[in-house]
Structure formats: C-alpha cells, structure tokens
Design a protein around this ligand. Structure first.
Ligand code: UN1
Length: 508
C-alpha cells in the first residue's frame, strides 16, 4: 500500500511507509497495541499509520535494554562519543528529509523543522567533545595518606518522554548526553508525532548495527499514557526525563519519586518580554514577532506576555500590529509561510475556549482572536490587552496569543515578570548596563533563562536549558547538564597503614 499523496513519498527515504510498526524492541520493529493515524495538521488527513506498543512489547524491550546496559557502560566514554559522532553524521545526511517530516507531521514551518534537526546535530557535536571531558575532581583530604576523588558512573537506563512541539530535538538533548555518559535510552515520543519517532530511531539503529552494538541500547515505543506510566513506575529506570505540561509533569514526578527514582522535568512556560523606554524598538518588535508567532506559539519558550514601558506603549503596539498584519498564514512547507497550523484539532478548540475566557476576564482583542475556517487547525495570531492580574494570564495557552500590559518602573516590570507560577524564559530590551545587571541578578528575573535584547525562544544548545517553579527545575542540553545523567561516587582512599578518623575522632 502506498501513501495517500504523492507529496508524502519522500518519507520512504527516511524509512517511513504507509503503515509502520511503532516499537523498536531488541532490534526488531513491532507494535501489538492500538493502530493510530498520524495526521497532517494542515488538512487533518492521514499521512501514515502506526501500530503502538503494548505492555508486553514494553516488557520485552525493557529486558533487552537492561541486558544492553552491561555492554554499553563498559565501552570507554570517548568510544561512545564516536558512536554519537556517527549519529550526528547520519543526521547531516538526512537533514532536509527529517526537517521536512518535522514540518509535515508537527506543523511548524520548514525552516523551523530543519532547525530542530540541526539542534540535534549540534547536540551530537557537543556530546562528542564531552565524551572526553566527563571529569571528576580530586579533593584534598584532611587525613594523612588519604585521597578523595569523585568518580562519575553511568546510571544504567535513562527514560525519555518527549512532547509533540519538539518531537525530536528534546530527544536529542537527552539521548546525546545519556549515551556518552554510558546509559541506554528508552524513548517514548509524543503520541501524535509517531513518524518522527520512527524515522529518528531508524537512523540511530543503523549506526548501532553498523558498529555491531546491541540495538537495544536505543529502545523505543510509540504510545500514549500507558507506556508513559510504565516508564514512570519502572525501577529499572533510575532517571526519567519528561517534557510536557506542568500538570502531567507533577504526576510523573510523584510516580517516579515514589520509587526513589530521579526526574528531569521541562514543563510549562509563561515567558515575558520587557521593553524599556531606552530599547532598540525595531529589534524588540522583530524579536516579539518570532517569540510570539514562531512555531504558532507552541514552544515552551514562546513569549506569552509583553510588558511595555508606558512611554513607548502606544507606538510599540502600532508597529507590532503592523507586522502582525503581514504574517503569512498557511502550509508550513510553503516558502514564505510564517504561521502554520496548530498541531491538532484539539489545540484549535483549546484556542477557541481560551479566547472566550480571555474576553470574560476583561481582555480586549487588538488583533486576531478567531480560528480560520479550513480543513486544518489554523488560527489567527492574536494580541490581547489585559491586566497582569487576570487569572488567564497566569496560565499557559499553547497558541499564538500574546498578552500586553504596561509598567512605569523597572521594579514593577520585574514583579510582573515573576508573578506567574511558571519560570522558564524571560527577556528584557534595554541598552543600560545597570538595568541589565539588575535583571540577571538576585532581584531580577526568577526564570531559568534570562535574556537581554533577544527573544525568549531559540536558545542555543551550549547553555543549560530549563526553568524554575512550575517549569520543574530541570536543566538539559549544554553546560554541566550531563552530570544529571550520571551518578557521582565520592571515594576516599587510604593508601597508608594508619586509621586516622575524620573530625579528629579517637575511637579506642
Ligand atoms: C520547547 O519548546 O520544548 O529555545 C523547547 C527554544 C528551543 C527549544 C524549545 N531551542 O525555543
């Protein structure tokens, strides 16, 4: 059976067929669970079908994965890095096709789809370098003829549960680090982006096979909450990395903590941009456009609140409304489109309901506010004037809806920035050093990402990515995030023949 449309035929170049088993279990593709359709968000028509994993598939996969840990953690870290380097090269070879699939199945515009795959390639490069730098430290001991050192050892298996909005980059952040650190990976992709999960997995599997390694090092299940819960409960998985809403993240954390497992959470954001009276307005307008409309407002780093100094409020809004009018809405694969559809028909419904709530709480729609009548899940980019105290402003509406509000003093602006439950990303536009340093300091933004003169989204992989409060506290990707994928052993070694005790204790 072929694809329903000719334009889907490129998918065969990355291992996707019209009908696909969705689990990679001990090197075999299978799927004894429900058969689901992957839908094109632009038309809600089926792209291809996938059979998800059953709990039996899960158990079989986990047993093979547990066996594979014994081999993988014995391989020297720089050699593991070499495998990740080969994965990066394989991704480079399929960058265009994979980027196209991300755009087709998730609905983000093509340059963003390709950018997402590039983000994994960057992560591979980063992890390859890191594979020679998983350094511990040597600590001076207070005792004669003693030495203290820190050893970093693999955890074993890292569970990765990812969301639809970054259906493969977030896997990349986690898997690249987990693998060089000596862990096997168990991945459950988003239920609505199974084709990306399968295509990514085929590419990784090919590299493992070519190197005669157990393919269960990378074990993958397409599926929904049943598989997610199995991962959360599974004592064989010491670390579960979860990306999704604060609500579901809390449930995952409670389940994982119940069995003393560790969690790495990337949850909801509610990110603000503050524009000071001295800001470069053009730079700020362009930044707000990308931050609020990019990915149709479906990034966790999307700017949802725009906090404008009262002296520039009116003129800034006029310029922003002008550029909103020029946003081309349409097929995300078409050149020039800036705003594609929302990911699912359900998200479109959520947008509609959100707008009703906004209106009932006194929000004034300055532009947009409606769904667009079509087969797909298109909505208008929306700007709403609203009080920073309105209940709806404290929540994450996963759509291109931007709330604008006014401030007089820097303190007031920072208070508004910090007044929501979430704490992922934030940005200020100013050229004044004293404002910049207040903003990034202890009384400034309370977020994990604190930017100046750039949008809230589009972070590079070199920094640690994540946020505080209801965003979950996790840090992924760059900097020293790798430490979370390993366990630290503090070793004190006595190379003498006496037994001096710490704290000068004399024991008989
Ligand atoms: C997400 O939305 O889950 O900083 C991740 C960014 C991207 C990652 C977003 N590099 O916007």
């Amino acid at each position: 059976m072929g694809f329903a449309k000719k334009e889907y035929e490129f998918l065969s170049e990355i291992g996707i067929e019209a009908s696909n088993p969705g689990c990679f279990v001990n090197g075999v593709w299978k799927g004894n669970g429900a058969v689901v359709s992957s839908l094109n968000p632009s038309s809600n028509q089926t792209i291809a079908q996938v059979s998800e994993g059953s709990l039996d598939d899960y158990e079989e996969g986990m047993q093979a994965c547990s066996e594979a840990t014994k081999i993988w953690m014995q391989i020297p870290a720089p050699k593991r890095g070499e495998i990740v380097r080969q994965i990066g090269d394989a991704l480079r070879g399929k960058l265009q096709q994979l980027g196209r699939l991300v755009s087709l199945e998730m609905g983000k515009i093509l340059p963003e789809g390709i950018g997402e795959v590039q983000e994994i390639i960057d992560m591979c490069d980063f992890a390859v370098g890191l594979s020679r730098q998983l350094n511990g430290s040597i600590i001076p001991s207070e005792r004669p003829n003693h030495m203290m050192l820190e050893m970093w050892n693999p955890l074993g298996i890292v569970g990765v549960i990812t969301a639809f909005n970054f259906p493969c980059a977030v896997l990349g952040w986690n898997a690249c680090l987990a693998l060089v650190c000596g862990n096997c990976v168990v991945w459950k992709g988003a239920p609505t982006t199974p084709l990306i999960t399968i295509a990514m997995t085929k590419l990784v599997a090919e590299v493992l096979e070519k190197n005669n390694l157990p393919t269960a090092i990378f074990t993958v299940f397409c599926g929904g909450s049943e598989i997610g819960q199995a991962i959360s409960k599974d004592t064989r998985i010491p670390l579960v990395s979860f990306t999704g809403s604060s609500k579901v993240g809390l449930m995952v954390q409670q389940t994982v903590n119940q069995r003393y497992g560790k969690c790495l959470l990337e949850l909801s954001g509610n990110n603000a941009i503050i524009v000071m009276d001295d800001a470069d307005i053009q730079l700020a307008v362009r930044s707000v456009l990308f931050a609020a409309v990019g990915t149709a407002g479906q990034r966790c780093t999307t700017c949802r609140r725009l906090i404008l100094h009262e002296s520039i409020y009116q003129s800034f809004l006029e310029q922003l409304l002008q550029v909103y009018k020029q946003v081309k809405i349409g097929d995300p694969l078409e050149k020039g489109t800036l705003l594609g559809p929302l990911h699912t028909a359900g998200s479109r419904e959520g947008f509609k309901k959100g707008i009703d709530i906004i209106k009932s709480q006194g929000g004034k729609i300055l532009t947009g506010g409606s769904v667009i009548e079509s087969e797909g899940n298109f909505v208008q980019p929306t700007i709403v004037e609203i009080s920073s105290d309105a209940g709806v402003v404290k929540e994450e509406l996963f759509a291109p809806v931007l709330y604008v509000m006014k401030f007089k003093t820097l303190k007031e602006a920072i208070d508004i920035n910090n007044s929501v439950p979430q704490g992922l990303s934030s940005s200020i536009f100013t050229n004044k050093p004293e404002i910049i340093f207040k903003w990034i300091g202890p009384n400034g933004s309370d977020c994990g990402i604190v930017n100046v003169n750039i949008p809230t989204n589009g972070a590079e992989i070199g920094g640690a990515f994540g946020g505080e409060k209801a965003t979950g506290g996790g840090r992924e990707a760059g900097s020293d995030s790798w430490k979370q994928y390993m366990r630290r052993a503090t070793c004190t070694i006595n190379y003498g023949h006496e037994l001096p005790l710490a704290q000068g204790i004399n024991f008989g």
